[in-house]
Ligand binder design. Structure first.
Ligand SMILES: [Zn+2]
Length: 292
């Protein structure tokens, strides 16, 4: 299905909301991204931030924002580069002391073992095609040895252009599209590894993305996933001020059990290892491998 067809097919469910920073924004209502239950009538969570309602699915416990900005807007005014800055300002306003302290010390980051896509991949395979979903300007794959050919998908046009230029010098390329559409353009079994670093929480269609990812990976291929951990102690202690809440950038709020369930629904087994889901960390890491 092309990007154009996707937009036309979803036009019937479009809605409009008024926002503080972007004026009127077209949004698409979502059923539960994990089990497809219609939760429009259930109460919004206290973590909601008008007009972005956060719902916890009574069927499968998945937590998500039930209205997603349409992709056309993310290409322009809703580009992640811009909302990141606005979110930083919002958080600086509501927790001035802890925000400044965390900017100054980076304290929590140092508690974590350094586990990157590069370390993990190079430790296991010698080379091949690798893909970064939500690749930004492409920097994450450029440190790989030359035996790895970098590919990426990025929804921001300006960042995708930068990534494409950098990847082309290494024999790969970047696609400027929503990930599910970009993945559909790629051949089956084409990649030995994939990086979904701070990606899956942003995508309005995380399960279709994982299913397409399953198709484009080799049978032994794997994906390294990093997402904010809604099950973390920090979310429980900080409440609305938890750094994982970003409205509406973070559409999906995974906990270890719901990440595992969504991965299973796409044909993957999720492994967290010893350090992938430390309760005091804001984020969790998992490696997805194909279920035999
Ligand atoms: Zn559900």
């Amino acid at each position: 299905m092309s990007t154009l067809e996707f937009r036309q097919s979803s036009a019937a469910s479009l809605d409009e909301v008024e926002t503080e920073h972007f004026g009127a924004v077209s949004v698409r209502r979502r059923n539960c991204p994990l089990c497809d239950r219609d939760n429009h009538d259930i109460a919004a969570s206290p973590y909601s931030h008008h007009p972005w309602d956060i719902k916890q699915c009574p069927g499968c416990r998945f937590v998500y924002i039930d209205r997603a900005p349409v992709y056309d807007l993310q290409f322009s005014t809703m580009a992640w580069e811009r909302t990141t800055k606005i979110e930083e300002e919002r958080r600086a306003k509501i927790r001035p002391f802890s925000y400044r302290a965390s900017k100054r010390t980076g304290f929590r980051k140092r508690l974590l073992p350094k586990r990157t896509m590069l370390d993990y991949t190079v430790g296991r395979i010698g080379g091949g095609n690798v893909i970064d979903l939500g690749c930004g300007d492409g920097h994450a794959l450029l440190g790989f040895p030359s035996s790895f050919i970098p590919f990426g998908i990025e929804i921001s046009s300006s960042l995708a252009a930068s990534a494409h230029q950098a990847y082309a010098e290494r024999g790969g390329y970047a696609i400027n599209a929503a990930c599910v559409d970009g993945l559909r353009q790629l051949p089956e079994g084409f990649f030995v590894a994939a990086s979904l670093r701070s990606y899956l929480e942003h995508d309005a269609e995380p399960l279709p993305v994982l299913r397409e990812l399953h198709r484009v990976l080799t049978p032994a291929g794997f994906a390294v996933v990093k997402v904010p951990n809604y099950g973390s102690l920090n979310r429980i202690v900080m409440g609305r001020r938890w750094c994982g809440f970003r409205y509406p950038d973070h559409l999906n709020y995974f906990a270890p059990d719901t990440l595992r369930a969504m991965a299973a629904s796409a044909g993957f087994r999720a492994s967290f290892g010893l350090s992938g889901r430390i309760p005091t960390s804001d984020n969790m890491w998992a490696v997805l491998t194909k279920t035999p």
